[in-house]
Design a protein around this ligand. Structure first.
Ligand code: DLZ
Length: 158
């Protein structure tokens, strides 16, 4: 997670070229929509800024972060998708739901990346509060959506 010492929108420009012909899937969770919408805007804008064509970005929404894994799998299984960016926000509550969702999606996305041998990016915020989430979704600590897009680009240049 970003801190006051590390703004997630600051990144090295090393290895961020040559993606003009790459195709990206972006899956966005509808839970905490104000946050995930801002993450999506950051990711989309960052891809465009690095030369990705609008028509080469496929955007799909899922109901919650738990559903990111299977949607990532549907996207990663397509030959016309080179990398998948998954965006969500799970806010710590009073029950164990938070832990179950976070562990499931982290493991699920790892499995999809390894199965399809493609970058599948974990752009899921796991803050304690809504304010911490907004700080990292275009607020005072940058936008984790930007970082997710840059991570996908860097992995395609690996
Ligand atoms: C049920 C639930 C809860 C309590 N909290 C969140 C959350 O903070 N962020 C999120 O993305 N999704 C949440 N969900 C929904 C689950 O991800 C999932 O959609 C449902 O459990 C149905 O599978």
């Amino acid at each position: 997670m970003s801190t006051k010492l590390k703004n997630l929108s600051d990144y090295s420009t090393k290895n961020v070229a040559n993606v003009a012909k790459k195709r990206f899937g972006i899956v966005v969770s509808e839970w905490n929509e104000e946050v995930t919408g801002a993450l999506y805007a950051g990711a989309h804008e960052t891809l465009i800024r690095h030369g990705v064509k609008k028509e080469n970005i496929l955007h799909k929404d899922v109901p919650g972060s738990f559903e990111l894994s299977v949607a990532a799998q549907w996207m990663a299984s397509r030959e016309d998708i080179d990398a998948v960016i998954c965006l969500g926000c799970v806010i710590q509550g009073e029950t164990k739901h938070f832990d179950f969702i976070c562990h499931a999606v982290a493991q699920g996305l790892t499995n999809v990346a390894l199965k399809y041998n493609k970058p599948v990016i974990f752009g899921v915020l796991t803050p304690n509060t809504q304010k911490q989430a907004l700080d990292r979704a275009g607020g005072s600590l940058g936008n984790k959506g930007d970082e997710a897009a840059i991570t996908a680009i860097k992995m395609l240049n690996f």
